[in-house]
Write a protein that binds this ligand. Sequence first.
Ligand SMILES: [Zn+2]
Length: 214
Amino acid sequence: MDNSGVHPDKAPDNQYIRICSECDLVHHHVPVARGQTAYCKRCGKTLYRGHSYALERSLAFAVCGLAFFAVANVAPLLIFSMQGNSNANLLIDGGLEFLKTDYWFLGLLVLFASVIAPFLLLCVIILMVAPVLMGRAPVVSGALFRAYARLRPWAMGEIFIIGIIVAYVKLSDFADVFVGTALFGFMGMVISSVLALLYLDPRELWLRIEANRS
Ligand SMILES: [Zn+2]
């Protein structure tokens, strides 16, 4: 399955096509029933699956991800205690601290990849999927698909979690460090986002949009 584009490719005979990501063999898109999987004819790689209520699941996980996002941004992330002084940091504090220094561009990058992009991606998924499930075909669907394709590579929450764990291990050598509720909220958001993306098949969504339009 070609994940690089979000709009289903149309062959000259007006049939949608699927391109194997392993061997580039072009297949006509054949709708599969829930629970079934379409494989490449040449190499056997999975092309796409017919998930049960895939779009509904994607929407549910995206909403769930937003709830976790709120927890991740309101609650403290790491709490430091050294020589009687205690200090709690929020998720956005890392990026904001960089903005005050000569490394402001790095701060912008951290804020975008850890806070802004994951939030926008979840919002875009909800705005893309919810109207379609209600039988509508919004005129902004194309713009939302393009935003989805651009945001997806930037949502790197899982890498940020590794960074937090590394910071926790390093700092615990010379200070008492406690993990705040935000870390669990952030991990919940990352897991919810991964599942929302797993169940979101842009081609299936686009086919539903076209069906709603007709
Ligand atoms: Zn193949």
